[in-house]
Ligand binder design. Structure first.
Ligand code: ADP
Ligand code: MG
Length: 317
């Protein structure tokens, strides 16, 4: 039989916009001393918009965007959606690609036909020196964050570095567009911090809970968002497969850790944390990995959860 207090507790939780999947975690929530938030889609809206495009050499903005939209054609990432939307708004004709590949936590890659638009791609890209088109299988293009360039050990050049620095200072993210291993441009994207996030973090601080951010995103962008929200600790540029390790690190230092996330890449960290909390509109995998689901998608409900747990289990004693 379900103990009465626990039953009351879960129905109270439901009234507060939470779906409790694990009652023991609900009880543990009162002892949390650290809450880790995923950034994109959790503290921010996750819906990004293209704000600026940079192009190098023979390329122009339209070409860069066309190539980026082509490579992002099969990606479900918010960045991909924003890039496709911008290309559509500008009426660009985006070619098909083949051999699409997601570079988990870094970007995407695909092969584009030799004679496809943008025309600039067929000029001298890759230094083929006017050789017979049939000697090549097409062009490999990719789109990815600063971590992709670091991984490939490619330098974006001074102009794009300046473009990225300026974007970073605004808190905007940057993805680079590559054609045959050379960087042909970059796209700056803005994400919006949710109004509720500031209150959520203040409320947790008010209860003596430390707040951290865990993201695959660039350090500049992460710190700019963290500063705005008053977040204590930032783990940035963390690859999807390493997110859960950061939770373990905190636990090893003696913390009882709650994790809040929405994405597939948050699932292992949600499972590993003492209280895993999923944003209701998040991916199925995140929801299934969580102990508590925030049905209203409101980060302030994390504080309500801790408060409710304290209230309920204090009554029991
Ligand atoms: P988060 O942890 O904030 O949810 P992700 O792990 O999804 O972020 O991605 C980390 C970074 O990898 C992004 O900020 C971006 O720079 C890059 N990236 C991932 N997927 C894509 C994509 N489809 N197109 C371009 N860049 C991408
Ligand atoms: Mg996310």
């Amino acid at each position: 039989a379900v103990p009465l207090v626990v039953a009351i507790n879960t129905s109270m939780a439901a009234r507060n916009g939470m779906l409790v999947r694990d009652r023991i975690a609900m009880e543990q929530a009162r002892n949390l001393d650290t809450v880790v938030f995923d950034k994109t889609g959790t503290l921010t809206e996750g819906e990004q918009g293209v704000v600026e495009i940079a192009a190098t050499d023979d390329w122009d903005e339209g070409d860069v965007l066309t190539l980026a939209a082509a490579v992002e054609g099969d990606s479900e990432h918010m960045i991909a959606q924003a890039i496709r939307e911008e290309a559509a708004e500008r009426g660009l004709s985006v070619p098909d690609v083949r051999e699409f590949e997601a570079l988990e936590g870094r970007g995407v890659r695909a092969t584009i036909e030799r004679d496809a638009t943008p025309a600039v791609i067929g000029t001298d890209a890759g230094g083929s020196d006017g050789a017979d088109p049939s000697d090549r299988d097409g062009h490999t293009a990719s789109v990815g964050g600063p971590n992709l360039l670091r991984h490939l050990e490619i330098d974006p050049g001074a102009d794009l570095e300046r473009f990225a620095d300026a974007a970073g200072e605004r808190g905007d993210g940057v993805v680079y567009v590559l054609c045959d291993e050379s960087v042909v441009g970059a796209v700056a994207l803005a994400d919006v911090i949710r109004d509720e996030s500031v209150e959520a973090i203040d409320a947790l601080h008010g209860m003596g809970v430390e707040v951290a951010m865990l993201t695959g995103d660039d350090a500049d962008v992460a710190h700019s968002v963290a500063d705005e929200l008053g977040i204590d600790t930032v783990f940035a540029e963390v690859l999807p497969e390493d997110k859960d390790e950061k939770i373990v690190e905190l636990q090893d230092r003696g913390h009882l850790v709650g994790m809040v996330g929405d994405g597939v890449n948050d699932a292992p960290a949600l499972t590993r944390s003492d209280v895993g909390i999923a944003i209701g509109s998040g991916t199925d995998v995140a929801v299934e990995s969580a102990d508590v689901v925030l049905v209203e998608n409101d980060p302030r409900d994390v504080a309500s959860l801790v408060r409710l747990s304290k209230k309920s289990y204090r009554k029991m004693q």
